[in-house]
Design a binder for this molecule. Sequence first.
Ligand code: NAD
Length: 359
Amino acid sequence: PHWEKQVRKSTRLSSNSGLTVLVTGAAGFVGTHVSVALKRRGDGVLVLDNFNHYYDVNLKRERQRVLDHVGVFVVEGDINDVALVKKLFDVVYFSHVVHLAAQAGVRYAMQNPGSYVHSNIAGFVNLLEICKSANPQPAIVWASSSSVYGLNSKVPYSEKDRTDRPASLYAATKKAGDEIAHIYNHIYGLSITGLRFFTVYGPWGRPDMAYFFFTRYILKGKTITLFESPDRGSVSRDFTYIDDVVKGCLAALDTAKKSTGSGGKKKGVAQLRVFNLGNTTPVPVSSLVTLLEKLLKVNAKKKVLPLPRNGDVEFTHANISLAQKELGYKPSTDLETGLRKFVRWYSSFYLKKKKKSDW
Ligand code: NAD
């Protein structure tokens, strides 16, 4: 492949720390931030992303520019492309894999259910098959989701809570991921850490998420629809700022033990971990809108409807004591501070177009 020669000659994969990390899905929101943070602290970073069209591809290309700028090596391709992923592992020795590539979003499953199965189930299995056969095997950190808690009515959610009542196909595929991770740990000794992110937001975020399109709608004078449940009022979310999530990802990577297997053979018992990475302060979506109105200095047009069965759950709320204890994870950005940073980025990116990068 055309990238192979470049990878072989590139100094971009040289690492001051001894870590060389493959980050999948890093033209995405979380992946861009994680890759920049890894590169900045001296790790070698290679990114694989298929630049799918789920949302604005230009935004992904702009993120790619940021990755190029800081010296991350970007390869365009799909995690289901066995030959490509195998070749990457032949050419580069990866000590760690941060697997973030996925079909995200819950409502899109009604239009394209196959994309969830393709990326979140088949793609994950393909990647693990290749990691399992690598010699030595890389330690893996991957993005599970708070959505696995589904229709659980006990809050806050802790990692031991039931995950057998998903509300969306997206949630079901993430739950399948948890179980697939178990299998590859159990049979092949892969060291795998699952991180359950709770509604991550911030600069360079995802245009399909509420805080992002609410900002767009408010500025354009378009009406926002808020959903309410009959017994609980406004839907609420444990919004978690991107920098806090990045710190959690890096701590998970740094505390990951080496896999015990090599070349597909299990030797001992490797690590299998799952952590909630949330903020522990659920906020009603109606209050999110009030904060955006304040920051944008524009009143929103709103209408309120009963929560339909469209994949969304009524509330999310993380118990993070396990991540606190094992990873030293401590979220430190409140919603207003984080939204202010998002709004600043949004204005420079979409409205003035001059200063495009925070980095
Ligand atoms: P994102 O959509 O911005 O990033 C995912 C990236 O993966 C995209 O750039 C996409 O092009 C790429 N991708 C998708 N399928 C692929 C495939 N088959 N091969 C190669 N690349 C592929 O999403 P994000 O918000 O950055 O989320 C990152 C991860 O975290 C995802 O796994 C997501 O499910 C999970 N997660 C995110 C949140 C959140 O609030 N953002 C919450 C819970 C879990």
